[in-house]
Ligand binder design. Structure first.
Ligand SMILES: [Zn+2]
Length: 188
């Protein structure tokens, strides 16, 4: 049996990027570089290789196993707050309708509707299932008599990380697990 890495296309070999303290540079989105960026950083001596894929890239002058985990040599101060993205908003709300608690058919709802001056911010957008979204229409929760489960807030990275344990990213190479979920491994 071939190791699956050997037949993996290099484009399917992104590198997980750790900070100089060996924690992920960012969780949401997960700090991942394409192999070309990772290899370039290795040659510029900006990163240490922590783990590899079995997959090699070769040129006339060198052969290198593609890095699967790299660590920055210089510490970068991490941002306390995650980016305002669709995924992160769902994650803050644990992929749950904030009106009825359903887990499917999810959409985004402006708590104060845009027509009433509501903005697209962490504090005014929540996860809502399509039926609740439709039922609420252009009304506020009070006008629609549909109270929110939780007041929407801007989450910290820590906050999302806590929720993220239940919703891991789609792609995780085996060498990444130690750097992302070591506490779960230890508990198991
Ligand atoms: Zn709902």
């Amino acid at each position: 049996m071939f190791h699956p890495d050997l037949i993996r296309h290099p484009d399917g070999c992104p590198a997980l990027v750790l900070n100089a303290d060996y924690t992920p540079l960012s969780y949401y989105p997960l700090s991942v570089w394409p192999w070309q960026t990772a290899v370039k950083a290795v040659f510029l001596d900006r990163v240490d290789i922590v783990a590899n894929y079995e997959r090699e890239v070769r040129s006339a002058s060198f052969a290198l196993k593609l890095p699967s985990v790299i660590a920055l040599k210089q510490f970068v101060k991490p941002s306390q707050f995650p980016a305002f993205t669709r995924f992160n908003l769902f994650l803050r709300d644990k992929f749950t309708c904030q009106y009825c608690g359903k887990l499917r058919d999810l959409t985004f709802d402006h708590v104060i509707p845009r027509a009433q001056g509501g903005r697209t911010t962490w504090e005014n957008v929540v996860t809502a299932c399509a039926p609740c979204n439709l039922k609420k229409g252009g009304r506020t929760p009070r006008q629609a008599a549909m109270p929110l489960h939780l007041e929407p807030i801007r989450p910290t990275n820590w906050h999302l990380h806590e929720h993220g344990r239940s919703f891991p990213p789609n792609y995780l190479h085996e060498t990444w697990h130690d750097w992302l979920y070591w506490d779960i491994e230890l508990e198991a």
